[in-house]
Design a protein around this ligand. Sequence first.
Ligand code: B12
Ligand code: SF4
Ligand code: SF4
Length: 252
Amino acid sequence: MYNKIIGTIKTTVIGYETNSQLKLWKEPIVEIISAKDEKLKILKEVVSVEHFMPYDILSDAKSIISFFIPFQENIIRSNIKGIMASEKWAIAYIKTNDLIKTINDDIEKLMEQNGYKTGKIPATHNFDVEKLISNWSHRHIAYIGGIGTFGINNMLITKDGCCGRFGSIIINYELNEYKQTNEVKEKCLNKLNGSCGICQKKCIVNAYENNKYDRYKCYKQCLKNAEYHKNIGYADICGKCLVGLPCSIKEP
Ligand code: B12
Ligand code: SF4
Ligand code: SF4
């Protein structure tokens, strides 16, 4: 089943690219987490007490499939210049959210064919617009799965950098292919030895003043971009503090 799941994720990405004639992504990174993993308890502490546990989404949850879909370099480079997010970044956002929905649907089909159930979660827009916090944080799930560590711009940095999008899906099938997460090494240079910090300086609205992230300032800028790019769909984005960094496309 593990190989079938990995195969489904990879072929869905390739199929989507072929059908849409877009070349936006690199190969996905996938890890499995047990629904019983003790580390899931940190979600209530570091995200919010309202953060769901896998059982809140699927009552007999057994495993969580966590994945990261890295962007191609040209998408990342396109967003370096200017105040507003690039059109390529906006398209990548809209299409990757849709791709993640397709991946979730394809995994659901696979599980149903084998007599199992899934709990699906959208890539984004599953957040409280007042608090700007979600009750299911894909990147904290990926962190628990050992996919990456958090940079000082909040981004989870993976072996293929931080520019891309995360998804996670819950199934009531016990997969035992867990990564040994205890040895995940710190990827942010500033956290390692204070030698970087360029991401925070890139913020065009100063949302990291005094090293404290202001999610409301950031959201205002994301909404400006949504208005700016409204001809191509809904893109409440920015990402200026993610691009042109030592951790954008690879582990620094
Ligand atoms: C709500 C939300 C927003 C809000 C609020 C952002 C925020 N930081 O809270 C708004 C609309 C402003 C926003 C903006 C953006 N977002 Co947004 N957003 C989300 C959403 C829906 C939920 C995030 C959430 O609730 N976080 C909870 C809060 C409390 O945690 P946090 O912000 O992640 O901060 C934590 C880390 O800093 C962490 N941390 C730091 N160091 C350490 C160390 C350890 C050991 C641990 C455990 C934790 C930790 O501690 C904080 C609290 O736990 C997720 C999708 C999802 N459902 O997961 C996408 C998501 C986080 N967004 C994403 C992106 C890319 C963006 C933007 C760049 C916009 C864009 N696409 O161009 C900006 C970047 C803002 C920023 N610098 O954080 C990606 C992140 C990809 C990545 N590599 O990490 C996500 C995961 C979407 C996805 N499906 O991929 N977003
Ligand atoms: S740019 Fe530097 S300081 Fe910022 S998250 Fe990446 S490695 Fe860390
Ligand atoms: S996404 Fe844009 S507005 Fe938000 S913190 Fe990064 S640079 Fe600032």
